[in-house]
Write a protein that binds this ligand. Structure first.
Ligand SMILES: [Zn+2]
Length: 170
């Protein structure tokens, strides 16, 4: 996650970043603003490294673009040690674990397009094939965390057209 943070337009100092683990079987991740990020246990258990990286790039992009929440729901965040967190979110050993309440942000469709595109850009800056990685991950999310599961799609609307747009990026 740290390499992605360093490639933001407005890089977040690593010591200002907090990552919370939500004990939730659904696949989701969130940016709560102010350097606070959340991932679910379901995401960590089911995503491979590239998928996790792309999801985090998307959330980091939301933060970098200053996207504001339109709707809020709450869940519980488990306390987690930094060493454990590093095992599941590579490079996060330097990141402060966060415990407490999560605010899940729901963004507009337009904000999703922007976060996908900027996430691709951040992945590219970090040396990855961002377009392929983001398109593959959105496809995986659609297959694994389908609409109605209350996870990713409850907070990150639309996907067919998102995949299309990412694939059409230059
Ligand atoms: Zn999003």
């Amino acid at each position: 996650m740290v390499p992605l943070l360093q490639k933001m337009d407005h890089p977040l100092p690593v010591n200002k970043v907090q990552v919370g683990l939500m004990d939730d079987p659904g696949i989701n991740a969130a940016n709560a603003g102010g350097g606070e990020f959340y991932v679910t246990t379901g995401l960590l258990q089911q995503a491979n490294d590239d998928q996790l990286r792309a999801v985090l790039a998307h959330e980091v992009a939301h933060a970098d673009l200053g996207h504001v929440a339109k709707q809020q729901t709450r869940g519980t965040v488990a306390t987690i040690g930094a060493i454990i967190l590093d095992a599941v979110v590579p490079g996060s050993g330097y990141v402060t674990p966060l415990a407490g309440q999560i605010v899940l942000n729901k963004y507009s469709r337009e904000a999703e397009y922007q976060a996908d595109a900027h996430g691709v850009e951040i992945l590219r800056r970090a040396g990855f094939d961002g377009r392929q990685m983001m398109a593959d991950t959105l496809t995986w999310l659609q297959q694994t965390a389908g609409p109605g599961s209350g996870g990713w799609f409850a907070t990150h609307p639309a996907t067919d057209d998102r995949i299309q747009r990412v694939q059409n990026m230059p």
